[in-house]
Design a binder for this molecule. Structure first.
Ligand code: SAH
Ligand code: DHB
Ligand code: MG
Length: 217
């Protein structure tokens, strides 16, 4: 019998099926659509999470009753809005972004979504900004989606600052298919996987580019 048990990245869903599922489960209101389209309208890379991943983030946060969440990599704030909507009124997302223009566009999208009071964008490199957040913790979840070469640093911070039962989420955990390559960023991404496994109970969900999901031990 063929053993496909560890095969990742295959999908049976054709484009029309994906569109049907989006209409059925993850349809955007005006604020989400604005944030999703925002990179394309502002000369920014359109590298936001997919619509199904975005809604998955929202549901996961709702499932654990999350109130305090940290994101690394804001872009135009699409994933941030999804996550903020998974929190109660008094919940908060701190999102770290080192590109000033991305931060500005994201803040405009948060205002348009009526979420300015529930989201703080912190400008600067993740490795410098995260330590300034320690005192606000422990956090219910950390979502990592910034520079892949530093995922190991971000994952280590999450292991120290996420509460027991809280979540680690990491986009691009397949590293665009280059996870096993002999390069420094690939090695950093492998350390992220292996160190995450030590501090969290983990799985790599086979989204198009992999979503590392862990619950803190
Ligand atoms: N999470 C967003 C997409 C993030 S794209 C969404 O799904 O909607 C990655 C973002 O990380 C980009 O905006 C990029 O400017 C930012 N980034 C890259 N390196 C960074 C670093 N060292 N620190 C903080 N942000 C960084
Ligand atoms: C890139 C970054 C991402 O976070 C992503 O989900 C897709 C692409 C990139 O840097 O190209
Ligand atoms: Mg990503």
């Amino acid at each position: 019998m063929a053993d496909n048990s560890s095969r990742a990245g295959t999908t049976y869903a054709a484009t029309e099926v994906i569109e049907y599922l989006h209409r059925t489960h993850t349809a955007h209101d005006a604020a989400l659509q604005r944030a999703f389209d925002s990179p394309g309208h502002n000369d920014m890379p359109a590298i936001q999470v997919g619509t199904a991943e975005g809604k998955t983030l929202l549901l996961l946060l709702q499932m654990i009753g999350a109130k305090k969440v940290v994101e690394v990599g804001t872009l135009a704030g699409y994933s941030t809005i999804q996550m903020a909507r998974g929190l109660p009124e008094d919940g908060h997302v701190w999102s770290v972004e080192f590109d000033a223009k991305h931060a500005r566009v994201a803040r405009e999208n948060f205002a348009a979504a009526g979420l300015s009071s529930r989201i703080t964008v912190l400008e600067g490199p993740g490795a410098d900004v995260l330590p300034t957040l320690d005192a606000q913790g422990p956090f219910d979840a950390v979502f990592i989606d910034a520079d892949k070469a530093n995922y190991d640093i971000y994952g280590r911070w999450a292991a120290k600052n996420v509460r027991k039962g809280g979540l680690l989420l990491g986009d691009n955990a397949f590293f665009f298919g280059k996870l096993l390559e002999d390069s420094a960023p690939a090695a950093a991404m492998r350390r992220f996987h292996e160190e995450a496994r030590a501090a969290f109970d983990t799985v790599c969900v086979p989204t198009p580019d992999g979503l590392l999901l862990g619950i803190k031990k």
